[in-house]
Design a protein around this ligand. Structure first.
Ligand code: ZN
Length: 253
């Protein structure tokens, strides 16, 4: 009888899927914070994984640090309108992924290197204090996009392992049209963690379609076809239909 009640209580979640994460972080439901430079990076980098973890009962919050439009147009009424459109798209896309909360920073788009790195670090530190994540997903250090690199450095610095720190795992994602466009082969993106998103690729694509103003036509890598091909290739690399690939920055067990 007791066993049956336990089975009933857990029947609404995919217990088998939780086991890996229980093992990964030591027996509690995970609390994930995605820290990305631009609205759309969170979906491009780990949208399928976000949808998958949410299905498994995780908490997922997303922070988008740059305002996303200020480098494209002068700071005027039209740029404010663009900003509203992009923020609205971000909210909608993250609703599709069932994200708990989206936080918008206002660092200058494609000019985050014009801001003192310490200011970005402090912003990230405040996010960590606010959300106490077990796991952070963020940019890889060798992206072509300068904002991606600044965010990576700020996160790595803010997550220096000292004292009673919450962040046990840091994973770096790839962003089509930035990571693979970096010419420098030293430190190239060479993934060592793959998340099977075969059942969640459709949701990732649905969320990306909300970002139509950011997406391009094939054969641009930041196109629906490009993102789909990458997921299929990452999946083929490890023998599943579709995957997202990451580099492990740190896992503390
Ligand atoms: Zn970006």
């Amino acid at each position: 009888m007791v066993l049956k009640l336990i089975q009933l209580a857990f029947s609404s979640i995919k217990v088998s899927h939780l086991i890996n994460w229980f093992n990964l972080i030591g027996g509690t439901l995970i609390n994930i914070l995605v820290i990305a430079a631009h609205a759309d990076d969170e979906v491009l980098g780990c949208g399928g994984s976000i949808a998958k973890y949410k299905d498994q009962g995780a908490t997922v919050n997303v922070a988008l640090l740059a305002d996303g439009v200020s480098s494209r147009v002068a700071q005027d009424a039209s740029s404010n309108a663009d900003l509203k459109i992009r923020n609205s798209a971000a909210k909608h896309a993250n609703e599709i992924l069932d994200v708990d909360q989206v936080i918008f920073g206002d660092f200058p788009d494609n000019r985050m290197d014009s801001v003192a790195l310490l200011d970005v670090i402090k912003y990230v530190e405040d996010l960590i204090v606010q959300f106490t994540p077990d796991v952070i997903f963020t940019h890889h250090s060798n992206c072509l996009n300068i904002d991606h690199r600044v965010v990576n450095q700020a996160v790595c610095t803010a997550c220096r392992p000292q004292g009673n720190y919450s962040v046990k795992s840091i994973l770096f994602f790839e962003i089509p049209s930035s990571t693979e466009w970096q010419i420098n082969s030293l430190g190239a993106f060479s993934p060592n963690l793959f998340e099977d998103i075969s059942s969640h690729l459709a949701k990732k694509i649905k969320a990306l379609e909300v970002y139509s103003m950011e997406m391009r036509d094939w054969p641009h890598p930041r196109s629906i076809d490009g993102v789909t091909h990458l997921a299929k290739w990452r999946g083929a690399t490890v023998g599943v239909d579709s995957a997202e690939a990451f580099i492990v920055g740190r896992i503390v067990k």
